[in-house]
Design a protein around this ligand. Structure first.
Ligand code: TYM
Length: 324
């Protein structure tokens, strides 16, 4: 039997290069070898979203990106989290075996408190418990994620272990699977690329928009004038060159160090490579965008298939916890 992969993403709308390089690439690559389930976690999104009116559109935009990137509903289950409400029941049950102290020390919780001090809601504290419920409801063994999710995965393993110790072996301890580019920095060159921080490059931009966006990127801060020698190893744009322009990246580094290439030329090269790499993706996306009915059917079918597995696990959990 194939091992099970589970991963989730918040419906933040059109996906960016960070999502793609850190996670979606692996979602697609794992589809043949594993039994994959990929979930759009709309309930998680409520921990930060103030304008819930955009949620349905965000889900749709994200699905267009996933499908255009190569997620195949014949191979993987694709669904929206709230359409399988068993996850919320499991979340409540798991919250009874999760010490509050574990949750308060999670670094992403502390970051969120700083990022949205006006909205430190109860759901934010429980965020990793809901995420654990997502994974173990499907007995997920392998979880493709970016590096920022590792603390959550560690906690998921601890919660699964604790449940197993208390109630008998039930859940596998899920392992994270990183891509070769697990942390993509944003255009500011400081923080991780993120929609919430507004430092992202969306996959679905037009070629011209991509060029304009790349041009706003912060590069090596020590390189103030065109003749200053650069330090590619600390430059965010150079990291992206290594992914999008692997054949030329060594020579670009050399030219940057000797100030033979300026940051504007370097960014232009990068934007061209991003555009040519994403060209086929953008074409597939444009075709899919004409088929909203198809996207809705994929999600409805995915939820039905996910729910069969979810019901079975939840029954087992309730039995073990003495509720049945
Ligand atoms: P989210 O929605 O923030 O991001 C979705 C996926 O994209 C990866 N990612 C990045 N990787 C590299 N560099 C970046 N700048 C970057 N930005 C985003 C994330 O690591 C993630 O893999 N908590 C999760 C959603 C979630 C989940 C789950 C994940 C809910 N339940 C169960 C795995 C399993 C999140 O907020 O991801």
């Amino acid at each position: 039997m194939k091992r099970r992969v589970f991963s989730g993403s918040r419906p933040t709308g059109r996906q960016h290069l960070g999502n793609y390089l850190g996670a979606i690439q692996n979602y697609v690559n794992l589809q043949d070898e594993y039994a994959c389930i990929y979930c759009i976690v709309d309930v998680h999104a409520l921990t930060s979203l103030e304008d819930t009116g955009s949620l349905q559109k965000n889900i749709y935009d994200m699905m267009l990106d996933w499908l255009a990137a190569g997620l195949d509903p014949r191979k993987s289950i694709l669904f929206v989290q709230s359409r399988v409400p068993e996850v919320m029941e499991l979340h409540t049950l798991l919250s009874m075996v999760t010490p509050l102290s574990w949750l308060l020390r999670v670094p992403t919780f502390k970051e969120k408190v700083k990022l949205q001090p006006h909205n430190v809601n109860y759901g934010l504290v429980g965020y990793p418990v809901l995420m654990t419920a997502d994974i173990v409801l499907y007995k997920g063994e392998v979880v493709p994620v970016g590096e920022d999710q590792l603390p959550h995965l560690e906690l998921a393993r601890e919660i699964a272990r604790r449940f197993n110790n208390l109630f008998g072996q039930t859940f596998p301890e899920p392992e994270a699977k990183l891509t070769s580019f697990p942390l993509v920095l944003g255009l500011d060159g400081k923080e991780k690329m993120s929609k919430q921080l507004g430092n992202d490059i969306e996959l679905a931009l037009s070629p011209q928009e991509t060029i304009e966006r790349v041009m706003t990127a912060v590069t090596d801060p020590a390189r103030r004038y065109r003749d200053d020698p650069g330090h590619p190893e600390i430059c965010n744009i150079y990291q992206l060159q290594r992914y999008f322009n692997p054949l030329q990246s060594d020579s670009i580094a050399e030219q940057c160090r000797s100030a033979n290439i300026g940051c504007v030329d370097c960014k232009t090269l990068l934007a061209e490579e991003i555009n040519s790499t994403l060209g086929p993706f953008r074409e597939r996306r444009a075709v899919l965008a004409t088929k909203p009915q198809y996207v809705a059917e994929v999600l409805a079918d995915g939820a039905e298939r996910a729910r069969v597995i979810a019901r079975e696990t939840l029954r087992e959990v309730k039995q073990k916890m003495g509720l049945l």
